[in-house]
Write a protein that binds this ligand. Structure first.
Ligand SMILES: [Zn+2]
Length: 253
């Protein structure tokens, strides 16, 4: 049985699909997930160990700016809302340490992302990460045009990609894969009848980004509500206030 919510927990196989906003490729894990796959949320670890695996940029300054945007977007957009943290380091090239290995690539034709597995299944050792596909990744790949940092609109596209892909890292699949999608929203499919849902259908979900024209490009309130049903709200003693966090606390608590 698949597990899901307004984000769907299972990741579907949509290789090479190209959309107006960018393209997104996610891997197929063969058989459908079972209820046990809810264990691939980070609810035991409470820390996501991220590491920089490959960074492809024309200049160190652009690389540093992109890394800063990635970490800030994940921290403010997701982690500030829930009881979960992340650590960031350069990826080890040997040993048994397991990380979510991140590849960033500037100069692509469009915004595109690949997260082959959901949740804790994105972890890999250095040796596992060098295996050929489909094992390379697990991890998180994001490619983007060279002009990603030239305007607020460009950065917003990149940030929407970051939020969407990290949603997969948190264990969530595609909103449009729900079997109970909104009837007149074209992005919904009926391909995943056994998906278990959390929350109501939400065509504005970040997990429908690049698939649903209605997606906001940032977390919706239903996203936050469902997210917190899995991970719990961030302890108030450990909150770095953000605008969306303040809004969410006001509306949801
Ligand atoms: Zn996706």
């Amino acid at each position: 049985m698949r597990i899901s919510w307004s984000f769907v927990v299972v990741i579907a196989c949509l290789p090479g699909v190209v959309f107006a906003q960018g393209s997104e490729t996610v891997g197929q894990q063969g058989s459908e997930l079972t209820a046990a796959d809810s264990e691939h949320f980070w609810t035991s670890e409470r820390v996501v160990p991220m590491c920089w695996h490959v960074l492809q940029f024309p200049t160190p300054a652009e690389q540093q700016a992109a890394q800063a945007l990635v970490t800030r977007t994940i921290t403010e957009g997701w982690l500030s809302l829930i009881n979960l943290d992340a650590t960031w380091t350069d990826c080890p090239t040997s040993g048994d340490a397991r990380h979510v290995r991140v590849l960033l690539r500037s100069g692509d034709a469009s915004y595109n992302g690949t997260t082959l597995r959901p949740g804790t299944l994105t972890l890999s050792t250095a040796a596992e990460r060098t295996q050929p596909p489909p094992n390379d990744p697990p991890g998180l790949l994001m490619g983007f045009p060279a002009n990603w940092n030239q305007s607020d609109g460009d950065r917003a596209q990149f940030q929407a990609l970051i939020l969407h892909e990290f949603g997969h890292v948190l264990g969530f699949g595609h909103e449009q894969d729900r079997p109970d999608g909104v009837e007149d929203v074209a992005c919904y499919t009926d391909d995943f009848p056994n998906t278990v849902k959390i929350g109501p259908p939400d065509p504005t979900s970040i997990m429908g980004w690049s698939y649903c024209d209605t997606a906001l490009g940032q977390l919706s309130l239903e996203d936050i509500r469902g997210l917190r049903s899995v991970y719990g709200p961030r302890p108030t003693s450990n909150v770095q206030p953000t605008m969306i966090g303040i809004l969410a606390n006001h509306l949801l608590n």
